[in-house]
Write a protein that binds this ligand. Sequence first.
Ligand SMILES: O=C(O)CCC(=O)C(=O)O
Ligand SMILES: [Fe+2]
Length: 800
Amino acid sequence: MAQYTQQFLSSVLSQRGPAALPYAEDVKWFIRQHLVSLTEAYPSLQPKTATFTHNDGRTVNLLQADGTVPMLFQGVTYNIPVAIWLTESYPRHAPLVFVNPTRDMIIKRPHQFVSPNGVVSIPYIQNWVYPSSNIVELARNLCHFFGRDPPLYSQRKPSNPNPSPNYASNNFSSVNSSVGSAVARPAIPPRVYSPSPTPTPTSTPPPPYGTGSVYGSGRIMDDPAEVFKKNAINKLVESLNGDIRELRKTREAELEGLFSAQAVLRKREEELGKGLKEMQDEKEGLEQQLQIVLMNSDVLEGCDVLEGWLSENEEKMGNNEINSLDVDETLEPCDALSKQMLDCTASDLVVEDVIYALDKAVQEGAIPFDQYLRNVRLLSREQFFHRATASKVRAVQMQAQLIVIRRPSVWIPCFCLASENQRSFSSTLERYMYAQLAIMATEYEDKALGYGSSLPVPSVQEIVRNDANNVPKRYIKNLEDRPLSSERLPLLLDIPIINLSLLTNGDEEERRRLDIACKEWGFFQIINHGADEVLPKMKAAVAAFFELPLCEKMKYRMAANDIQGYGQFYVVSDEQKLDWSDSMLLMTMPSYIRNMKYWPIAIPGFKEALEEYSIELERITYEIFGNLSSLMGMERGVLKELHGIMKLGMRMNYYPTCSQPDLVLGISPHSDSSSITLLVQDDDLTALQIKHKEEWVSVKPVPNAIVVNIGDVVEAWSNGLYESIEHRALINEKKPRISVATFVIPGDDVALNPLETMVDENHRPRIYKNDVKYVEYLRHTLAKKMDGKATNLEYLKLQM
Ligand SMILES: O=C(O)CCC(=O)C(=O)O
Ligand SMILES: [Fe+2]
C-alpha cells in the first residue's frame, strides 16, 4: 500500500506541461513526504488528484487526501469522512479541509469548527506555520477536536410516524428536532481500513447535542434516503447562499468601481466646465481688446503718418542735406492764423532767450544794472505783445475750431507749441507778470487735463451690435447691486412738477413748491421752461452722434488724461464692474472753454444744437438759482455769483438694450458733483430711479419736461437742507435709451463752505467743512468708481 502511494505520488508530482500539478518545484518534495507520512499514520486517508473549483470559478487539478479520520467519542471510535485539499500554496499555507458527509449524514449546526457547508477551521489550520506545520499533525488535531464535538450526525425518519411514548422517552429522540421528526446522530460509516476495530457501543451514548442523538457504527436507525435528501438540500442552500454572497461581493465591487468612475467623470466635467468658462472669459476679454485696438486704429494711422514724415526727413539727413534744411520749413502752418501763432510764439521764445542771456550777463557783471533793466523792460514789453497776440489768435482759432496746425498730412496740437513758452523765468517782477499773461492763455487746456481720467473701455453699443445676447461678465453686477425685479416695476409716486414760467413771474406759491421739492425730493421736473424748440434739435443731434459708426465716434474718444469725450466715466480699475452705457461729455459753456477736438463737427447742426440748448439751460439755471437764493435767505443773484465762472458740462448717455436687463445697470447709483443737474430723457421709457426715503422710485418721464436735481455743491452750500439725491438708470430689454445730463458747476477755486444764511449754530449747526475748493472735490470724486452718494459727500463733511 505504502509503495503504491509512493509510486502514485512520484508520478503525479513529476508531471510537466499542461498536466503538471500547480505546486512550486521547491516544495514538491515536502508534499510527497507529508502525504506519505499521512497515509502511514492514517491509512484511512489516501492521496488522489481531483478538480478543485475556486470561488471565482477557476478550476485546478490538486492533490487531495481523501478518506476518514477516526474520532473517539464517549469511548467509541467513529470515522469522520474528510477531504484535505492541498491548495497551490501548500505547504506555505494550510490546506483546505472539508468534512465529507455521506448521503445519510448531516452536518451539526452550529459547530464550533465546521461551517454549515463543511469547511473545517480548527486552531491548527488557523495557526499554520510553514515549514513546521504539516498534514499529519493536522489529522491528529482533527481527531482531537472532532472527538470533543462530533461534526456529523446521521439522520433518518422514524419508522413510526406516531412514536410510542417509549420512543419519545428515548434519549436519542426528540420532538424538537430542527429537521422535523427526523433524528440526528453522529455518523460513522464503517470503513474497511478502519485503524482499529470499531466497537459496538454496549449502551446508547447520550446525545452530544440537545436535539440530536449519537448514532454508533453498525446501528442503522435512520432513513438514509431522507438524510441524503436533507443533506443535499442543505448543501444546495449553502452553496446557493455562498454563490449569492460571492455574486453580491462581485457586484458590490463593480458598483464601487462604477461609483468611483462616476466621481472621476463628474470631476472631469467640472474641470471641463471651468476650462470652458475660462476660455469664454478669455474670448470675451480678447474681443474687448480687439475692439479697443480697432478703436485705436486711427492712432495707428497717425503713427504711420508720423513715421512717414520722419523717414522723409531722415532721408534728407542721410543725403547730407541737414545743413541745407531750413528749420523754419519743418513746420508749415496750414492757414494764416496758424502762421501768425507760429510767428508770435517764435518771437516770444527769441525774446525769452535774449532776456535769459541778459540775466547771465548782469550776474557776471558784463553789463551795468541800469542798462540791463532798460533792455529787459523793452524786451518784456515786446514779449507781452507777442503773447497777447498769441492769446487772441488762440481764442479765434478755438472759435473757428482750428485746434491744429496742419502740415501736409501731419498734425501737431497747437498747445504743444504754446506750452514751450513756460520755460525759464527771469527774476524781475515785470517779466513774471508778463509771463503770467501768457500762461493764462493756456490755462483752460491744462485745467481740462487736470480734473481726472477714466480707463478706456469697449463700447457697449458695439457689443450689442455684434451680438445682442452677449452680456460680458464685466457688466454683470454683483448680486447686491442688481436691481430687484420688484424695483423694476414703475412706482406710483410722482416726483414734483414745477412750472418754471410761474417762477419767472415771481409766483410765491410756486416758489414754495420748489422749496418743498428741493427739501423733500431733491428732484423735480420743470415744465413751461421755454426750451421746447431747442429740445428736439438737441436730441436729434445727440442721437445722430451715437448712430455714427464706431470708428467715427472713436475720433472723439476721451484722451487718457481727460474726462471729456466719448467713453465711460469713473472707470478706475480693470476689475471694476462696468455700466451698460456709453457716454460723451462735452464742456459747452462758457464757449471759450470748449475743447473742439471732441466736438463731432461732421454732424450737421451738432454744434449749433448744443449751443442753443446750452444757452437755454443757462437761462433756466439762473431762474432756479434766483429762486433758490431767495429761499436760502439771500439776494436773488447770490448763487449765480457764487459760481464764479459758471460752467456747463453736458453728458450724453446711450443705454443700449440688454438681453438680461436684471443683471446690469445703465448707470450705477451716484449723486452728481454739480450744483444742479438738468436732465433730458426719452419720453417713452421709464429708467431713471431716485432713492427716496430709502426706496428706489422711478421717475416717469413727463413729455418735454426737464428733470432737475440738486447736486453735491448745493447740498454743501445749503448745509444739507437741499439734499443731493442718489440716483441710477435701469436698462430696457427692447429699446435703447438716450439721456442728456447737463451739470452746472462752479469755477475751480470756488469754496464749498456752507453759506452763512444756512448755518445756525443752535438749530442748524454746520455739517460741512470750510475751504474745500470745488476742483479738489471734483478730482476726489473722479478718482473713484461710482458708488452711491455717501462716499463722495463724506469728503466734504465735518468729522463729528
Ligand atoms: O440717464 C439717466 O437717467 C441718468 C443719467 C445721470 O444720472 C447722469 O448722467 O449723471
Ligand atoms: Fe447723475
